[in-house]
Design a protein around this ligand. Structure first.
Ligand code: R5P
Length: 300
């Protein structure tokens, strides 16, 4: 397929960049990204982008400060080189969890990042499973928030689970559990979680029935894995059988779930997976993002 648009990628996720390149049948635009001796990022666009529509792939995870800054600098370079329109393709929207003032004297980083992206020159954002849908309202430009659930459900249906029940590890995610349960034709239950601090959660009550059934824990993000681990403990206490999990964004999968009651976890590749992960199955979001890019190009 020949294209009138160009796709560039930052350094956050080389594997996904390659997959997107293949799914779109386009060559990634040439770009030089380097770190100066003092730690600052230097970028040079090595293509003529005058008057072109440009997509920039960058996931803001693992080293969010570095990759966010890199994205902003790439967009700035593109705009100053005459790109007509820049769309940021952000598989994991970092800083999205701080999306409201839940306590005193805290920032709303999701809004701050939205403003920074627009200020740099981003005209459109494509992302997937924002931590809360309202984050779209922090932007004054269109935000296409894709859904990871259909990808995860397709794979879960192939796992041979006995009388499965969907469980969300947090009351805030009931809507997600209900949607998964509808897709899988099963019921759902909820664990009552309380966040003690940034690193600690406490889960106690379970609303619903998991006894003698295989449990599918669902969430948008797993970071330290504590939320899933605690929820799995509660399900086990309530006599659940096997426990698996499905989440869109797996942030720290290399350490998160070792030694927990969860035997397997299904994630997408919005974040670059590192290390030893025998208990992790990955489904790629590249075809979905490729489809979104193609459709945008023909105004669908
Ligand atoms: C919280 O609102 C999210 O949906 C996840 O439950 C949370 O981010 C998971 O974090 P962790 O894996 O560190 O417990």
């Amino acid at each position: 397929m020949s294209s009138t648009y160009l796709v560039f990628a930052g350094t956050s996720h080389p594997g996904l960049s390659k997959q997107l390149e293949e799914a779109l049948s386009v060559k990634l635009g040439k770009i030089q990204i380097e770190t100066f001796p003092d730690g600052e990022i230097g970028v040079r666009i090595l293509e003529n982008v005058h008057g072109r529509d440009v997509f920039v792939l960058q996931t803001i995870a693992r080293q969010p400060n570095l990759y966010l800054m890199e994205l902003l600098i790439i967009v700035d370079a593109l705009k100053r080189s005459g790109a007509r329109f820049v769309t940021a393709v952000i598989p994991y929207f970092g800083y999205g969890r701080q999306d409201r003032k839940g306590t005193e004297r805290v920032p709303i980083t999701a809004k701050l990042v939205a403003e920074l992206l627009q200020k740099a020159g981003v005209g459109y954002v494509i992302t997937i499973d924002l931590h809360s849908e309202q984050i779209q309202g922090f932007f004054d430009i269109p935000v296409e928030n894709l859904f990871g659930r259909p990808l995860l459900v397709e794979t879960l249906k192939k796992w041979q689970l006995e009388r499965p029940v969907v469980v969300c590890p947090d009351v805030g995610n009931i809507k997600l559990a209900r949607a998964f349960a509808e897709d899988l034709g099963t019921s759902y239950a909820v664990v009552d979680k309380r966040r003690v601090n940034a690193k600690q959660v406490e889960s106690k009550a379970l609303i619903g029935d998991v006894a003698g059934r295989d449990v599918i824990l669902v969430d948008d993000i797993s970071s330290t894995g504590r939320t899933l681990r605690e929820a799995a403990k509660v399900c086990k206490l309530q006599q659940a059988n096997r426990i698996v999990a499905a989440v869109t964004h797996g942030l720290l999968m290399h350490t998160a779930l070792k030694g927990s009651a969860i035997e397997k976890i299904l994630i997408t590749n919005t974040v670059d997976l590192q290390g030893d992960n025998n208990f992790v199955d990955v489904v790629s979001v590249a075809p979905l993002f490729a489809q979104a890019i193609c459709r945008l190009q023909i105004n669908e």
